[in-house]
Design a protein around this ligand. Sequence first.
Ligand code: MN
Ligand code: MN
Length: 464
Amino acid sequence: MNLKYENVNGWKVIKKMNNIDNVMNYSKEYINFLNKSKTERLCTREIIKLARNQGYISLEEAVSNGQLKSGDKVFAENRDKGVALFVIGEKDIEKGMKIIASHIDSPRLDLKPNPLYEDSNLGYFKTHYYGGIKKYQWVTIPLALYGVVFLHDGTKVDISIGDEENDPVFCINDLLPHLSSDQNQKKLSEGIGGEDLNVLVGSIPCDEEENSTVKYNILKLLNEKYNLIEEDFLSAELEIVPAGKARDLGIDRSMVMSYGQDDRVCAFASLKSIFETENPEYTAVALCVDKEETGSHGNTGMHSKFFTNIVAELINLQGDYSELKLKRSLYNSKVLSGDVNAAYDPNFAGAYEKSNSAFAGNGVILMKYSGARGKSSTSDANAEFVSEMRRIFNKANIVWQTGELGKVDQGGGGTVAYILAEYGAEVIDCGVPVLSMHAPFEVVSKADIFEMYRGYKAFYNINL
Ligand code: MN
Ligand code: MN
């Protein structure tokens, strides 16, 4: 028995276990998933498509069948922006579930309800940023437009511009360095302001005499392609995200660089691991929710009753429903809150406390608590559950590490963990370290995402 605790580099273990090909294949699938999942809606549709391929049926189909039994696989969709996957366990659901919860929304720029305007020969969209972004990172990079528009007659139109090879892209401009002496004096957080995030979308004026503006020409083009009129913007949900695909990073291709890895990286691992979970002892759940980046509010966020309602439906389909049974099933559950954590970044060493940080390449993280200042707002996992997860991971030879989110009093953050803890369930944060988290392009280690997938599978399948 080694008396000293030492971090292990995951790549060494992966090589020893001859898993390099498996890591690279997993990453390819993951990259493919990211490229199809640039928004929470697209991600939900992709997850449902993958689940259907694995033989999952919808909750509505299960309801019309009238029953569910152990081994059955079912998914429940939440308004095109979230989804929960279940494999019914051998034990009564009252004994608890094994839940991995992650979020599929990512920081971005939403179009304002009345977005389109023109100034000095240039057409722009006004935006309102979503989630915690560093605004200066969003200028002078290619941007794409995604979302849904409802036409005046209620017809839903999906919009996607900027990621196909022949698509145009968009951008937000920055001031040239030659004229930046005032801007350079500003604090980093004020160099680009919230109302400066205006997206450049056109510059040709319309050739109609009464409507000879750039704005009108853009409206005309949108109308020709989508039947859209300006009022349709007011009821639309349109999101500006970075244009460009997820890519391998590094000469050794050991990392992935992409938009939206927080937190689709955990969602994908929960999918891959639940797809390889057959006839579990406890009902296995992969729960993918929206709105985490803005506080988990709204009917597609973790605070909504969606999940408890769905569990109630499942109980009903497996026999007699009672509220007591529902409460017991939630209280007895064990939850991994799958979310990313900060990877120690040697370029910004001052923000971290090295001996309690997570390192890229050192595997999946068990984070006992998040929060800010004096652990404010964290659910703080019980030692009993941390110990259980540690033993499960050790039993399955998972490369894992601990990780605090930066130095005490340096900042902080949270996940959906505390919301699931409100049911009384045992909850711990468990995800991967990310470099440049919340930036337009984030970086993860392939070693870590593979160990997370293996760790999640161990959680579903090993019971101590
Ligand atoms: Mn997250
Ligand atoms: Mn986040």
